[in-house]
Every structure is written in C-alpha cells, then in structure tokens.
Write a protein that binds this ligand. Structure first.
Ligand SMILES: [Fe+2]
Ligand SMILES: [Fe+2]
Length: 173
C-alpha cells in the first residue's frame, strides 16, 4: 500500500485516542500508570502537532480556498489552546488527584474534537489538494523529521515550556 501522510496522521490520532481511553480508566492511586500514560501521550502528540504546524498546515494553507483557510485558522487556534492552557493545567495537577483526572479528561476531549475536525474537514480537503505522490513524499519527510535532532530539540523545548507554565499555574491557582 502506498504511503500517505493523511493515513499516518489519522493513525496517530487513533493511537492518542486509545491512550486517553486508558488514562480515563486509571484511579487516583494509579500515579505511576498516570505518569507513564501522560508521557506516552506527549511523546506521540508533540511531534505530531509541531510537524503539522511547521510543515503540513502551511502547505495546506497555501493551496486552500477561503473555507480551507478558515479550517486552517480553527486548527491552529486549537493547537494554541492545548499548548498554552490545557497542557500547562495538566502539568500543574498532582497525578494522584481528581484535579488531574478532570484536567486530563478535558485534554482528551480537546484532542478528540480537534482530530475529528482534521479528519472530517482538513484531511478531506487535503486529499483533493495534494496528489498521491505528494502525500507519499510528505509521509517520508515526516518520518525523517521525527528522527532528526531538530525535532528532538523542539520537543524538549515544548516539554520544558509546559513544565514552567505548569509550575506558574500551580502557584496562581
Ligand atoms: Fe492538529
Ligand atoms: Fe492531527
């Protein structure tokens, strides 16, 4: 089967949905389990989101019509809300508390909503805007990028930022 960036991104959405479903099943006593799952979620989400922002979204926007540009704007604003508000609030919560359970539930709901919009709207448009060859090339580029030092540095920066924002949040809550 030919490679396709849209299939890869969709598969990553599904993987995230599964991890969030698992997280939802944990209890306040399952601190290690919660920490491990959150780590897995971030390890999967951060490269996905950063690559969308840096490569896929701009390429999409360049070819999109007015509706597509609106879809692009919605998606980007959702990314920002997750990055600047939802993730820092999760980090500000102690994993052994109902606060953590509540905040990660919202995190999962945001991701599910966002992923659905991408799949139903943006990816549908992208299937028309990019040829099969281009989608295969994007898929290869993405895989290569994920293994690069540039990606590792970007992810480390994002994690540090979430930690700092989380610390500030817990002081002000
Ligand atoms: Fe996204
Ligand atoms: Fe996505």
């Amino acid at each position: 089967m030919a490679r396709d960036i849209l299939k890869t991104l969709k598969a990553e959405h599904d993987e995230l949905r599964e991890l969030f479903a698992e997280l939802k099943e944990t209890t306040d006593r399952g601190v290690k389990k919660r920490e491990g799952l959150l780590e897995k979620i971030e390890a999967s989400l951060l490269p996905h989101a950063k690559w969308e922002e840096k490569v896929f979204y701009p390429a999409f926007k360049e070819r999109a019509d007015r509706d597509g540009i609106q879809t692009y704007a919605e998606a980007l604003t959702e990314h920002h809300a997750v990055e600047n508000t939802v993730i820092p609030e999760v980090h500000a919560a102690d994993p052994g508390t109902p606060e953590f359970a509540g905040r990660t539930k919202v995190f999962g709901e945001f991701i599910d909503h966002h992923a659905k919009e991408e799949e139903k709207t943006m990816f549908k448009m992208a299937r028309e805007l990019f040829t099969a060859e281009e989608r295969a090339q994007l898929d290869e580029d993405y895989e290569e990028w994920k293994q690069s030092d540039a990606a590792a540095a970007l992810i480390a920066g994002e994690k540090a930022k979430a930690g700092v924002k989380g610390a500030v949040n817990s002081m002000t809550q």
